[in-house]
Design a protein around this ligand. Structure first.
Ligand SMILES: *Cc1c(COP(=O)(O)O)cnc(C)c1O
Length: 407
């Protein structure tokens, strides 16, 4: 089937298929010992998400604990600056400060329902670790978070937050001592106890069923945004734009508008400091097909097929892989992917802070650059931007970069 024919299947809810594939992308490339655990997780997740009682419990916690629905905020300052009409979907106002809590809460509730005795997670910058620690505490399960030794050092405040939320933080001293090594360590720990442990994966990546499960849990962003823009503006936006690291906040926003063919879906990757190897985190722009962390997707690789180095000012966008559904949406022509470099992201962050009184995360600033570009090409357009998280966590990084605030 052509990608366009398969797109109809995606819109109708038939993708991923039984093998966890979105066309050629996705699947399950893991050690034999993990297959039964992934099959149990898939069956359990499908049953839970189809169970009105589970849905009601999840919705209740999303509202009462996580603070949903998040507002859709008109941005008059950015609109005037860019010559468009910009609205911000405020995931920065969700509990723990980013969209990650939607997924962490959903999986923690699922883990409890499936009888897990403990939750494990991996984290890079620490945001997913904090969300996992908080959600695990909320559902009453112990939580262990694997984190590269380099990141433990760089992200000391988030390490402290996780510990205060009752999580055990394990510093990983192997491999590259950052996120990739942390994921490897979490997978190794899971192999040792696949029955009693729930692996709370943090983005729309990894082996099936994670890309599907994380998308289902993040789709609340797009569902709310679509309903909110219809109430406020009486029509659909011209474009929905989000930043893409692993791709979870973007896939969540996009799914609200997938069936609305006239709404342009635009993902923004980290262009870093250049397009050469190791200078960016733009997997859809520069990656080649390969397998990473159990999934067949696009992947930054060097000439020998080794996983490539990455760079971005935002720790959440420098993952060398990307969720398989984004590779599919690109092939099918339903979503477009662009890059924003470090300097552009910093300028957009400063403008949003100065004009809207909202300090976005460095990751989020990349989405704002995408909106600025879209506005330049489509004057007057109605644009919804996924404001994936707040920038408080980035204050040390901004200070280290020597970036001043607007006065
Ligand atoms: C982690 C993070 C991202 C990137 O992750 P996705 O899975 O691509 O959404 C983006 N924004 C914020 C604020 C984050 O914390």
């Amino acid at each position: 089937m052509t990608p366009t024919e398969l797109l109809d299947d995606l819109v109708a809810g038939r993708l991923p298929d039984a093998r966890g594939r979105f066309g050629p992308w996705g699947g399950r490339f893991v050690p034999e010992t993990l297959v039964p655990a992934l099959e149990r997780l898939e069956a359990g997740a499908r049953a839970a998400l189809a169970d009105p009682a589970f849905r009601a419990a999840l919705d209740d916690e999303l509202a009462g604990w996580a603070g949903r629905p998040t507002p859709l905020t008109h941005a008059p300052g950015l609109s005037a600056a860019w010559g468009a009409e910009v609205w911000l979907k405020r995931e920065d106002l969700a509990h723990t400060g980013a969209h990650k809590v939607n997924n962490a809460l959903g999986q923690a509730l699922l883990a409890r329902r499936l009888g897990a005795r403990q939750v494990i997670a991996e984290t890079g910058a620490g945001q997913h670790g904090v969300a996992s620690a908080a959600a695990s505490a909320r559902v009453g399960l112990p939580c262990r978070v694997y984190m590269g030794a380099v990141d433990v050092e760089r992200q000391a405040p988030n390490v402290e937050r996780m510990r205060r939320l009752g999580a055990e933080v394990v510093s990983v001293d192997s491999g590259d001592r950052t996120l990739r090594a942390a994921i490897d360590a979490a997978l190794r720990a899971w192999v040792l106890d696949p029955e009693g442990t729930h692996y709370l994966l943090g983005s729309a990546v990894g082996p099936h069923p994670y890309p599907w499960l994380v998308r289902e849990l993040q789709a609340v962003i797009g569902r709310e945004a679509r309903a909110q823009i219809l109430v406020r503006r009486g029509r659909l936006p011209d474009a929905a734009i989000a930043c893409v690291g692993g791709g979870s906040n973007a896939i969540g926003l996009f799914h609200g508008f997938l069936a609305d063919g006239a709404v342009a879906l635009i993902g923004v990757e980290a262009g870093g400091r250049g397009s050469g190897p190791g200078e960016h985190g733009a997997t859809l722009a520069h990656g080649r097909a390969g397998v990473l962390h159990g999934s067949h997707s696009l992947l930054l690789q060097d000439a020998h097929g080794q996983v490539g180095e990455t760079h971005s000012i935002s720790a959440g966008l420098d993952y060398p892989g990307v969720g398989p559904e984004h590779a599919f949406l690109r092939d099918a022509g339903r979503a477009r992917y662009v890059t924003a470099d470090d300097g552009e992201a910093l300028a957009a962050l400063a403008l949003c802070a100065a004009r809207e009184g909202i300090l976005p995360a460095l990751e989020t600033a990349h989405a704002l650059v995408g909106a600025q570009r879209y506005a330049a090409a489509h004057p007057g357009a109605l644009i919804v931007v996924g404001l994936s998280g707040r920038g408080d966590k980035d204050l040390p990084a901004l200070a280290a970069l020597g970036v001043g605030g607007a006065r």
